[in-house]
Ligand binder design. Sequence first.
Ligand SMILES: Cc1cc2nc3c(=O)[nH]c(=O)nc-3n(C[C@H](O)[C@H](O)[C@H](O)COP(=O)(O)O)c2cc1C
Length: 474
Amino acid sequence: MSLHAQRRGAPSQPLILNAFSMNSVGHINHGLWTHPRDTSAQYNTLAYWQDLARELERGLFDGLFLADIVGVYDTYQQSAEVTLRESIQLPINDPTLVVPAMAAVTQHLGFGVTVNLSYEQPYLLARRFSTLDHLTQGRIGWNVVTGYLDSAARAMGQVQQLAHDARYDRADEFMEVVYKLWEGSWQEGAVVRDRQARVFARPDLVRPVRHHGQYFQVEGYHLSEPSVQRTPILFQAGSSGRGLRFAARHAECVFMSVQDKAATAALVRELRQEVVRAGRRPEDVKVLVGLTPVVAATERQAQEKYQEYCRYASAEAGLAHIAATAGVDFAQFQRDTPLLAQHKSNGIENSIKRLANGRENYTLGDLLDELALGGRYETVVGSPAQIVDAMQSWVDEAGVDGFNIARTVVPESYTDFIDLVVPELQNRGLHKTAYAQGSLRHKLFGQGDYLQRPHVAARCRCSQPLSAEAAAAA
Ligand SMILES: Cc1cc2nc3c(=O)[nH]c(=O)nc-3n(C[C@H](O)[C@H](O)[C@H](O)COP(=O)(O)O)c2cc1C
């Protein structure tokens, strides 16, 4: 029986629940920063992030998933004008830097932070994540992305990005290097902190990494001592064929963005097949989808709230965002222009196909109508029971393991979710009633703090001490 079929017939088990946000004013549902109760313009203060983290922990969220973007959305009207006016993920601050502030006021909440590795060096990024894992005591995750904006490449001194699949080839090698650093440089027991013997770390248990590959040359010790999880829990969000192969090799949680449950189910099946091909078990990877709930005590009140939110939303900003992800300037089209005939770009493969979702005559007008709330993650409007019914149907029909809950009006959309939806989820056995102990990885998978074999990272862990000669030579 497939895992999906097993899940369908299985008794309820807790879902993975992340809040989905970004270190910026606008994220997915654009325009809502103009709502009088929205506080997202305070994204550049510690209080904003600390209040959010406390609130999410009150709702027993597994984590806060922070998206990020390097580069700007300048495809629409071939300029950044709408992006700047509407604050479409610009300005944007570094997502890793707000994590320690949130960790300081919480005990259990995890943090999935997006870092685009195309403009990073593995040696330094490995240290940054180790530092975050230390400071959060094992609550850090990395959403590994390769980027899709030429504006980022130009800002980093390149003419354009690497081609789509080459970005993933470089990313594969990047991961190999960071695994060697996190898992292979400092052996278990290397840090003894023995004041009497004047030994902080045993030289025979620490070794430099030597990597000579196509994209990276690295010789050196990992700068950080081993942290709780060593390798942060790995998220990934690419969905092309090459992206799925990358996810199957590395990811522990995959974030998908497909509107339709049947299409998601097919993608989940494809991913799990790739996971098996990569020598792992299908259940080694959890799948998350984005969802935008608008909830109130009754369906009628929820509809009123939705209508009120829509008055502040910006469909044009949503379109400018999608234009950059798809690599197509939608401003050149009329409402009745069919979108499927547009050229394949070097951005996110298949994105227009995903928008069309099987509709041959899908037009720009259709897309604009779907952007009523400024964004395109499935919007569910209703009472707590209706929201949970919708979530349950994603689990049953698409075989997903959890959700990234997108924000609308901040923080009230999270507060509403926690006050109204969380109790309903708990009543149905779909949400925990207390946090488990341990690292983020242990909380999500229940198999300890470290990545386990057959994951490729676990194979980089070393167990043999260096010989005296090798230690001296190192
Ligand atoms: C649901 C979802 C979320 C994503 N979030 C980010 C993000 O925060 N930052 C980013 O640079 N790319 C993000 N991406 C882009 C992917 O990581 C990837 O670079 C892009 O989808 C191109 O790869 P693909 O053709 O394999 O899909 C996201 C993609 C999806 C589907």
